[in-house]
Design a protein around this ligand. Structure first.
Ligand code: GLY
Length: 403
């Protein structure tokens, strides 16, 4: 009996010790090992990664995104919305370890995206430039990085329509919508807030606040779940349709979208101190955390209303975004204990159950994410943004501990 009791104590304490003791040393060492694997994979692709002759057009493939059905590494061009996450991963590794090799790699992979600062054809510039150049600026205060962030913010601002009060998300799909705005776009506002802080030019801040206010008004149901897409009428400026693109249905709650919403409004509260954003983030958190379909390990299914739960794929990327957001929200909210405990649980689950075996999955750190289920694309695979937000969650946890 005593032996059994001792076994239970050791097992339970061992299981909960990782996050509570902030003992991430081995997790970071493993992330470094995986990233070495990734760098070798990228080097092995070599000239193929340099050019993609598809459609006769030569393009640089600069950042890893996922693994395809054949098990090959998927690399993307700088214009892809995910291009900034791998540079961001490298900056986190430098931040964690202070090893020069990570700084050098981060600089190399970040520099490949510089031209995107002129890109006015996407709302994803925040993801692309703020996770790469923004991370570089956080770590080095390099003024050249600051200039890229500022030019990126100017380009992103060109997609703002004052009549509608939002930044336009997509230029494709003219048969489906007039002026689509997706919940993901909340994430891109962070670069606009940063641009005002860095330049003193308040126009970026005003655009971000207008976009956030309209999103708060038009993107949410009464239970504080978010629609994926809101389409606006370009003549009246009013919302005309609420729908989905990557979720299960127009009425469902696509998991990563809920994560973007939670993270976005938490970040807006940080930047503005507007208590309405804090309340909104708390309401979104309640929807996510109290959702009856949320599994015990707190890694959600790809859509909270996916019809085949519990046989549906999980989305580790949504879990990572939610964990990172909860660590920040916890530092502002009266519900901090609940948020910290849940974020710890998510990080614990990702660390114990959803990491790649060292040397596998082309060097991605996490696996079991879902990118775009309705398009049968990127289901139960590693995704670069899952890795990025997982490392950011650990970074935030370590900084909370220091505070
Ligand atoms: N921003 C695109 C996605 O979350 O899949």
């Amino acid at each position: 009996m005593r032996i059994l009791l001792a076994f239970i104590v050791v097992f339970v304490c061992g299981f909960s010790s990782l996050v509570e003791a902030q003992n991430f040393t081995s997790v970071i060492v493993d992330a470094e090992k995986q990233t070495h694997v990734m760098l070798n994979e990228i080097a092995a692709i070599g000239s193929q990664a340099e050019v993609n002759t598809k459609g006769g057009k030569k393009q640089n493939l600069v950042s890893p995104r996922s693994i395809d059905a054949k098990g090959s590494l998927v690399m993307v061009k700088p214009q892809d919305w995910t291009s900034g996450f791998f540079p961001g991963v490298l900056w986190f590794l430098f931040d964690f370890t202070h090893k020069n090799e990570w700084k050098e790699q981060a600089q190399i992979f970040t520099s490949k995206l510089e031209n995107e600062k002129w890109d006015t054809g996407t709302h994803d510039l925040g993801f692309m430039l703020y996770c790469s150049y923004g991370s570089g600026y956080r770590v080095t205060s390099d003024t050249a990085y600051r200039s890229v962030i500022l030019q990126g913010a100017r380009s992103l601002s060109k997609r703002f329509n004052p009549k509608i009060g939002c930044i336009k998300s997509w230029d494709f799909g003219k048969d489906k919508w007039q002026y689509p705005v997706i919940i993901d776009n909340m994430m891109n506002l962070e670069m606009l807030f940063a641009a005002t802080r860095l330049s003193g030019d308040s126009s970026f801040y005003k655009i971000a606040v207008s976009h956030a206010n309209n999103t708060m008004r038009n993107h949410f149901r009464s239970d504080f779940s978010s629609y994926h897409v809101v389409d606006y009428d370009t003549v009246s400026g009013k919302e005309r349709k609420q729908m989905t693109f990557q979720g299960y249905s127009d009425a469902s709650a696509w998991a990563r979208g809920q994560g973007w919403a939670l993270y976005g409004f938490t970040m807006c509260y940080r930047e503005t101190h507007n208590p309405l954003y804090l309340k909104h983030a708390e309401n979104i958190a309640a929807f996510i955390l109290k959702n009856p379909t949320m599994p015990a390990d707190k890694v959600p299914y790809w859509d909270f209303n996916a019809p085949g739960i519990p046989s549906e794929p999980r989305d580790v990327s949504a879990a990572a975004v939610i964990a990172s957001a909860l660590y920040e929200l916890g530092s502002y909210s009266k519900n901090g204990k609940w948020y910290y405990k849940t974020a710890d649980k998510i990080v614990e689950s990702l660390t114990r159950k959803y990491r790649s075996v060292i040397g596998e999955n082309k060097g991605f750190i996490l696996t079991h994410s879902t990118g775009f289920k309705p398009a049968k694309s990127e289901i139960d695979v590693p995704l670069s943004y899952a890795d990025y937000y997982y490392l950011e969650a650990i970074y935030r946890k370590l900084h909370l501990k220091k505070k």
